[in-house]
Design a protein around this ligand. Sequence first.
Ligand code: BGC
Length: 249
Amino acid sequence: MNEVLGIDVGGTGIKGAVVDLSTGKLLTERLKLRTIQPATPKTVAKQINELIDLLDYKGNVVGIGFPAVIKGKHSLTAANVDSSWIEFPIIDHFTKVLNKEVFVLNDADAAGLAENTYSKSITQKGLTIFLTVGTGIGSAFFYNGELIPNTEFGHINFHKSYAEKYVSNFARESKKLSWKAWGLGFNEYLEHLDFILRPDAFIIGGGISKKIDKYEKYLTVKTPITPATLLNEAGVIGAAIAASKKMVF
Ligand code: BGC
């Protein structure tokens, strides 16, 4: 299976493209629809079907990255999407409504898988913490190059709330934080992760990764930090990888 449709569901946008798995390149343009609010099982499936039509995808397999913990056939959490996804039979739902063979994984795990497969930015020795910083904060852990799925380090306790409420890109934009104010908060978050997890590398993905020149001067954490290289395409590519390998979490 060399050509698979990858979908990346986010709180703000739903993206899709057909991926050539032999190269990791996109075979179609990457289309993006603004996520209908509230993002319920019905509306998200409708929008994915719309992407399938727009991309004229005739294949039978679809990979979907989704912003929740995915265990077996269920989504267990819901952040930045409607709460009806909590403890929801996500795989059976999409299989039925899309009428395709469907594989679903956490969106940050998907983006990390893509980096690990095609960009090799993730070190094959020790612990790499990959963070997607966008509407929320997602995490993907790799130990000796192997994914440890479903970590939720955007949700660790932070300033009487949890981390993504303070240091996601959404928080930066909605609170109109300067790069300095946001960068210092993000550094505090990284220092905390560094202290409790002792990683060998941090990789920063998501919308904020391409703006690293604006905030890297505020990052004092000793562990090396590098921006992801696949940028906006990582989620879609990783979802296609997971589907092509028939990965179940
Ligand atoms: C969710 C994660 C997701 C991340 C990025 C968080 O709010 O809990 O599952 O990976 O947002 O979308």
